[in-house]
Design a protein around this ligand. Structure first.
Ligand code: 5GP
Length: 216
């Protein structure tokens, strides 16, 4: 992966002790470390928004992949609104939401998308920016892109806050990436483990006790 296009987080040097950050009491025993503090996430999202606006050629349909992408989407849209293109113009935005469910506990299952035929037809001729929380194997995004491309959008780009460095990757790399992370299960900043941890601001690594405590 190209280290110039994202921040490469390497396990040994980038894990912070939980003691150095404010962690909700109800999650403290379920986490092993802070991987990306909230402030660093926000600074990186600000930069991604700037790049997106500089490279945009017209109105954007910003498409949130629910539920894990919602926090990244909200912060990214806020920063996009504050930026102007190289030509000094603001970018008109419309917002769309897609629900995708692919995981139970930690295992990848079948990908289910919530788009109806009518909703998909709305994408025709538009510039779409898909906003996703994390690319793991890449399976979900490849399926989503192939579905959307059938509806003739003008362009489709993908922004993912995280890309996991996993041997199971299908090689898919998004257009905009915040951080490349180690092959661990992460939670927080709207990323969940069986619906828990969305209410945690930092991106953290869940521990074995947490996986047992919050298993379905
Ligand atoms: P993929 O299809 O790329 O394997 O998986 C993408 C989806 O899996 C993401 O949208 C996310 O919902 C889920 N996922 C993959 N890895 C993680 C992880 O480390 N933490 C969380 N919370 N979800 C993950």
């Amino acid at each position: 992966m190209d280290p110039k296009k994202w921040i490469d987080i390497n396990t040994e040097s980038f894990q912070y002790s939980l003691d150095h950050f404010v962690i909700p009491d109800h999650y403290e025993d379920a986490l092993s470390s802070v991987l990306i503090p909230h402030g660093v996430i926000m600074d990186r999202v600000e930069k991604l928004a700037k790049l997106i606006v500089q490279e945009s050629t017209g109105p954007l349909v910003v498409c949130c992949v629910l539920k894990g992408g919602h926090q990244f989407f909200a912060d990214l849209v806020n920063y996009i609104k504050k930026n102007v293109t190289r030509g000094g113009k603001t970018v008109p935005l419309s917002l769309e939401f897609i629900k995708v469910k692919s995981y139970s506990n930690e295992t990848s299952g079948d990908v289910k998308l919530s788009l109806t035929e009518e909703e998909c037809k709305e994408f025709s001729g538009k510039n779409i920016l898909i906003v996703e929380d994390i690319i793991d194997t890449g399976k979900t995004m490849v399926q989503l892109l192939s579905k959307l491309k059938k509806y003739s959008p003008e362009s489709v780009k993908v922004a993912s806050l995280l890309v996991k460095k996993t041997p199971l990757s299908n090689g898919y790399i998004p257009d905009y990436v915040g951080f490349a992370i180690p092959n661990a299960f992460v939670v927080g900043y709207a990323l969940d483990y069986n619906e828990y941890f969305r209410d945690l601001d930092h991106i953290c690594v869940i521990n074995e006790h947490g996986k047992e405590k919050y298993a379905t």
